[in-house]
Design a protein around this ligand. Structure first.
Ligand code: 5GP
Length: 176
């Protein structure tokens, strides 16, 4: 099970506002516009960048992904925690903008296991699988030093419990 499956489980089990990213990537079967992503074309995405509407953005595998600033700030102002499912370049930008944020890197059990999962998912071409594996290798290389925690997404239930435990522990530390 991939990172988005883990995030979906967390959305059921932990109270937080999920930041719905904007992306120029094509919608995959089963994804809902406005819930999984805001699917936009590149000119619309570029307008969001120019307008300062994104807290962070990055190019990943030839597509643009970014975090809309307004809903995130509204959720924080209302006292909610906000969860962002983003890649490492974006995480570095959030780290700079919000040093108080908590960073959890969700690692595949191994690059080989990731390859098997992507191949079997059926919606990812062999060329795209190769590119995503290449990116994953580079992300893994920087993960340990950049993130506060690394959770290996081997068994889904265990990974969900680990992330939930990290969040609960950080709440305790934050409270007065
Ligand atoms: P996917 O195409 O598999 O949904 O996402 C590809 C990568 O983009 C994943 O690592 C995902 O976490 C990341 N991503 C999703 N939304 C955003 C975003 O708003 N900003 C950044 N920087 N990365 C994102």
């Amino acid at each position: 099970m991939g990172k988005s499956t883990l995030v979906a489980r967390l959305r059921d089990e932990v109270r937080f506002h999920f930041s719905v990213s904007a992306t120029t990537r094509a919608r995959r079967p089963g994804e809902t516009d406005g819930a999984d992503y805001h699917f936009v074309d590149e000119p619309a995405f570029r307008r969001m960048i120019a307008g300062g509407d994104l807290l962070e953005w990055a190019e990943y595998n030839g597509n643009l992904y970014g975090t809309p600033r307004a809903p995130l700030e509204a959720a924080l102002a209302a006292g909610h925690d906000v969860l962002l499912d983003i890649e490492v370049q974006g995480a570095a930008q959030v780290r700079a903008a919000r040093p108080d944020a908590l960073f959890v890197f969700v690692a595949p059990p191994s690059v080989d296991a990731l390859e098997v999962r992507l191949r079997h998912r059926g919606d990812t071409s062999p060329a795209e699988v190769a590119r995503r594996l290449d990116i994953a290798r580079r992300e893994l290389a920087v993960a340990a030093e950049m993130f506060d925690h690394v959770v290996v997404n081997d068994d889904l239930d265990t990974a969900v419990a680990e992330v939930a435990g990290i969040l609960a522990a950080s709440e305790e530390t934050d409270s007065p």
